[in-house]
Design a protein around this ligand. Structure first.
Ligand code: DGL
Length: 271
């Protein structure tokens, strides 16, 4: 399971609940955080590099627990991993499918990073799931950073969340996709800003179903009962990753490993 930081722990949590006997390795690419302001080309390079690293560890399936990376790189990863037979599951399709089932008035909001909104992956996934829904997208430039740093919620953060939610309220959406894996960590704040009548959609549960089906199809589900192992890795500072991560996931991380994946070397052109 990988993400740009601690946000993907919200997806790992769902996996641990649904498939507790599997063995997990979670990589937070904090050295390249935030992914939300990167180009598709950069995110594809980061993602392929991480996938190669995870393959070396012997993983049997990869979950892209980051919307920005999934939007930009899922197809690239599918192609890249094809010869290995290792499946890759992203977070966008499951969230889009959950959202169209959840909405009553057909008006869906999306709160995501600029990379995810600009890529248009949610618009495409929602359109695939139901061509008649209306989508209102808001790019939240700094929300993931605030969460990733583990900042204490203060009045400034509340005001900024209210400002991000204002266009969604104005658009009368009844369902909002939290299109960044960091956002479920501030779900109470978002729910208060959006109001009781709005359903918040996360991808976690849908992702676990896809993971379970993909593993079952290849007869790869771990037949052992009991809890599997877990292992955490970060590409940046171990201490801050552990401190914020343990607080959010509410479980001991054990020995968190620092890994160097290097930075992409080829030309990265900003679009
Ligand atoms: N967790 C990432 C996502 O789901 C975003 C955070 C970032 O900007 O790195 O898009």
């Amino acid at each position: 399971v990988f993400d740009s930081g601690v946000g993907g722990l919200t997806v790992l949590h769902e996996l641990l609940v649904s498939l507790p006997s599997e063995d997990y390795v979670y990589l937070g690419d904090t050295a390249n955080f935030p992914y939300g302001d990167k180009t598709d080309a950069e995110l594809q390079q980061f993602s392929v590099r991480i996938a190669d690293h995870l393959l070396e560890l012997g993983v049997k399936l990869i979950v892209v627990a980051c919307n920005s990376a999934a939007a930009a790189a899922l197809e690239t990863l599918e192609q890249h991993l094809k010869p290995t037979g290792v499946d890759v599951i992203g977070v966008i399709r499951p969230a889009a499918q959950t959202a169209v089932v959840s909405t009553s008035n057909g008006r869906i909001g999306l709160l995501a990073t600029p990379a995810t909104v600009n890529n248009g992956a949610y618009a495409r996934a929602l359109l695939d799931a139901d061509p008649h829904v209306h989508l209102e997208s808001v790019a939240a430039a700094d929300l993931a950073t605030i969460i990733n740093e583990g900042a204490t919620i203060d009045e400034r953060i509340v005001q900024s969340v209210r400002a991000y939610c204002a266009p969604l309220r104005a658009a009368a959406v009844d369902t909002v996709v939290l299109g960044c894996t960091h956002y479920p960590l501030v779900a109470p704040l978002l729910q208060r800003s959006l109001g009781r009548g709005v359903k918040l959609i996360t991808s976690g549960v849908g992702v676990t179903r896809s993971v379970e089906r993909a593993l079952a199809a290849k007869d790869l589900l771990n037949p052992q009962a009991g809890e599997g192992s877990y292992r955490f890795q970060t590409t940046a500072d171990v201490e801050s990753f552990t401190e914020v991560g343990v607080r959010f996931l509410q479980m001991p991380f054990g020995e968190v490993e620092h890994v160097e994946l290097g930075r992409p070397t080829s030309n990265m052109v900003r679009t």
